[in-house]
Ligand binder design. Structure first.
Ligand code: SF4
Length: 88
């Protein structure tokens, strides 16, 4: 849903390939982990992806500055590290 909401907001079409948020499936059973692309602008402080995240996996809070984002090519490694950290 977050990928669809983002692609509609940013590309005016329902196309997850054009979404600026990517959900990576990690582990077994698979856990969906959302990651933002560098081009995400947080929808100028009113993120569409958060509004449509039914399981409330995404949260929005005000920040003084945008956090550093890792390259998307590292998405799977980061998601797997997170998964391992919560399953100790
Ligand atoms: S906050 Fe970023 S990922 Fe979410 S809908 Fe907006 S541009 Fe897309």
């Amino acid at each position: 849903m977050c990928e669809l909401a983002c692609s509609l907001e940013k590309a005016s079409e329902f196309n997850p390939r054009k979404s600026l948020i990517k959900v990576t499936l990690v582990g077994m059973p698979e856990i969906p982990v959302p990651l933002l692309l560098d081009t995400c602008d947080y929808c100028q402080g009113d993120p569409e992806c958060v509004k449509f995240c039914a399981p409330e996996a995404l949260l929005w809070k005000e920040m003084k500055e945008a956090p550093v984002r890792p390259p998307v090519s590292r998405a799977k490694d980061i998601a797997e590290a997170w998964f391992a950290s919560v399953n100790r």
